[in-house]
Write a protein that binds this ligand. Sequence first.
Ligand SMILES: Cc1cc2nc3c(=O)[nH]c(=O)nc-3n(C[C@H](O)[C@H](O)[C@H](O)COP(=O)(O)OP(=O)(O)OC[C@H]3O[C@@H](n4cnc5c(N)ncnc54)[C@H](O)[C@@H]3O)c2cc1C
Length: 354
Amino acid sequence: MNYDIAIIGLGPAGATAARLLDKKFKILAIDKKSDAEDSFRKPCGGLLATDAQKALSKFNLTLPKEILADPQIFAVKTIDSKQNLLRYYQRFYINLDRYKFDQWLVSLIPEHVEKADGARCMDIKRVEDGYDITYHRNKVERTITARHIIGADGAGSLVRKTLFPERKIAQYISIQEWFAEEHQTPFYSCIFDSDITDSYCWSISKDGFFILGGAFPTHVSKQRFDLLKEKLKQQGFALGNAVKREACLVSMPRGLRDFCVGKDNAFLIGEAAGFISPSSLEGISYAFNSAHKLADVFNSGDAHRVWKINLKLMPMKIKLLLKYLKSPFMYRPLLRKLIMKTGLNSIDVAGERK
Ligand SMILES: Cc1cc2nc3c(=O)[nH]c(=O)nc-3n(C[C@H](O)[C@H](O)[C@H](O)COP(=O)(O)OP(=O)(O)OC[C@H]3O[C@@H](n4cnc5c(N)ncnc54)[C@H](O)[C@@H]3O)c2cc1C
């Protein structure tokens, strides 16, 4: 046995688990990301919601200013294109550079954890007393054995697909394009249009760029994204030539079975486990909190007691299911119209039409 624990993926979930696991464990933590210019970068809005801020405060972590993006915005322009409705809602997000944020989280991992960046996990096999894990790094293939494996490899999780193939979860394709910012006043927006998606679309001003994105049904994602751009141009959005396009899967938990925490010494955390809000697609806080809870169970020597892990994560599952139950108010046109028309919880923004 080479390692006690192998962590696959060092996004917010994996990096947090690697930071919090006790030094009594021999740990290997691998991620396909690296410092290289052409490294994988997680497509993300990079907005740190209040729940994620709360998790950071519980970790006693403070954000270095280099991670912050410009500007910080306190209102979200909410647009219902088809019903021609517009409202502003106050939000307390921190606007971040997501790649720098991930690299900062990795930099907090203590020395006793062996890290391999630029390492892509290719294969996982159950063997007696553990897992054989094969990864490619610098064009070299290596296989190690670990007693436990933690899949923190996000929505497209190889760990989940390989070890829990029966635990499928509904997924959308998320596409984002980056444009040079040409709007006079930077803004966030949240766009609903049932011709485009039954989820939602967004825009975010960040560091001189304007990011436009959305979550789309997988089989029509490109066409729908193009339609979104056309419609928004007609509504006055300044969208020149895109500087870059990025895409990835995003999970949509809709029932208890969508959350897969693991068994037989294989565990999942963060989005790999299905922990992401099905209404807002906010996932960083759930990545932090699921990693924290799993690390606690490991550190107390109870990792063989899967029921204990499930129990610890039950409040998170219930919270996410309640968000799913709440989502018709966002996603059903009639209910949304009702809420937006009443102006409930909305704010007036100087110089903007309602
Ligand atoms: C377009 C978009 C916008 C979003 N915006 C926001 C937002 O603004 N705020 C928010 O809170 N949430 C947002 N989310 C959700 C959020 O990004 C995720 O829920 C969160 O990143 C999940 O964290 P994680 O650590 O579980 O997984 P990830 O952040 O996806 O990290 C997985 C890690 O695993 C690595 N990896 C994957 N496969 C392998 C492999 N085979 N071998 C080695 N390494 C591997 C990747 O390099 C990555 O570092 C957004 C999601 C999308 C798709």
